[in-house]
Design a protein around this ligand. Structure first.
Ligand code: ATP
Ligand code: MG
Length: 143
């Protein structure tokens, strides 16, 4: 048994399209339980801090402008192998190349506006969860 937690974000394009409910249902059907959910709007500074790992990449400024362009839904998902499972359900980064039926295939537009974010390792999951949720908040929600 390898019960994990991962950080998921429903990005501004998907929230704007009104598909938040569809995405959450697909994650639940895929075996992931939303432990905590918050709707919020990232400031440009928060988006820049969250995606700091990409600060040297040519798409960084555009990505941060996009991520702060409207409300997002941030979630802690829990389940067996949650980090890899979430990435599987998301599909490839480029929505145009994402496998049929994946979240990015169904709800994304291109390589930037790709509907969802997911942590990519145990280390990033821990850091990204802590970016949005306090330990006390999560402890109160844990059963
Ligand atoms: P995420 O970290 O959002 O879950 P990912 O791990 O699949 O996505 P990353 O390489 O970490 O992909 O890129 C972070 C985000 O930056 C992508 O999800 C996408 O929104 C944007 N992005 C990545 N590559 C490009 C690119 N070549 N052009 C424009 N935007 C890009
Ligand atoms: Mg990434």
């Amino acid at each position: 048994m390898n019960r994990e937690r991962t950080l998921s974000i429903i990005k501004p394009d998907a929230v704007q399209r009104g598909v938040t409910g569809h995405i959450i249902q697909q994650l639940i059907d895929g075996g992931l339980r939303p432990l905590a959910i918050r709707t919020m709007r990232l400031s440009l500074e928060q988006a820049r801090a969250f995606y700091a790992v990409h600060r040297e990449r040519p798409f960084y400024d555009s990505l941060c402008a996009f991520m702060s362009s409207g409300p997002v839904v941030v979630m802690v998902l829990e389940g067996e192998g949650a980090i890899a499972r979430n990435r599987e359900l998301m599909g490839a980064t480029d929505s145009k190349k994402a496998a049929p039926g994946t979240l990015r295939n169904r709800f994304g537009t291109d390589i930037e506006r790709n509907a969802v974010h997911g942590s990519d390792s145990p280390e990033t999951a821990q850091a990204e969860i802590a970016f949005f949720f306090s330990g006390a908040e999560l402890a109160a929600l844990s059963s």
